[in-house]
Design a protein around this ligand. Structure first.
Ligand SMILES: [Zn+2]
Length: 187
């Protein structure tokens, strides 16, 4: 059965979500290796949430209120607003760790489901290597380049409680919500 958990957000409808902010800002916990039942369940929940929606390139466990080191993201067809079905079309990384950074940094605007209504210029590395466990608990080493490297860095930031608005880049806010956001970012 597809899970449909709400997405945790820093703010919504011009109101700050205190409780959700606290969890989104927390450094998340590692999943015990080998996976215990709770870890397996959390991985399953995140994957089902991700597969149940068509508006996310990636999703990190804190974004559904689970403060654990799990991320899931599409590894192809980023532009298509379609649900991912095939297990080969997305990656699950458990306890991921960036082991190597290469190439120049590239700056472009990003959005985040947990920071609705804004987009932010974020500078990211164009090539990274990651050590992690896959959804079955196997050790994996992955290399990501280009847009995919950006997606992975964005999702891994979530596990450290870091969000796009923390990168110091220009923040684009909608005119009609300027008052709320000017106030929010002043603090
Ligand atoms: Zn995000």
């Amino acid at each position: 059965m597809m899970q449909n958990k709400k997405t945790w957000k820093l703010w919504e409808n011009e109101k700050i979500n205190e409780e959700e902010t606290e969890l989104l800002r927390r450094k998340s916990d590692e999943i015990p290796i080998p996976f215990n039942e709770e870890g397996k369940q959390d991985i399953q929940t995140l994957v089902e949430c991700f597969l149940g929606r068509d508006d996310a390139v990636g999703l990190a466990a804190p974004q559904i209120g689970i403060s654990k080191k799990i991320v899931v993201f599409k590894n192809k067809n980023f532009d298509e607003k379609s649900r991912v079905k095939n297990e080969k079309d997305y990656d699950v990384l458990v306890n991921p760790r960036i082991t190597q950074i290469r190439g120049d940094k590239e700056t472009t605007t990003e959005g985040c489901l947990s920071c609705p209504d804004v987009s932010v210029e974020v500078s990211r590395h164009t090539e990274i290597k990651v050590k992690a466990y896959d959804r079955h608990g196997n050790k994996i080493n992955k290399r990501y380049t280009g847009f995919l490297a950006r997606v992975v860095q964005h999702e891994l930031d979530h596990l450290e409680g870091k969000l796009i608005i923390d990168h110091g880049g220009s923040i684009y806010i909608p005119k009609e919500k300027q008052k709320f956001f000017n106030n929010y970012f002043k603090e």
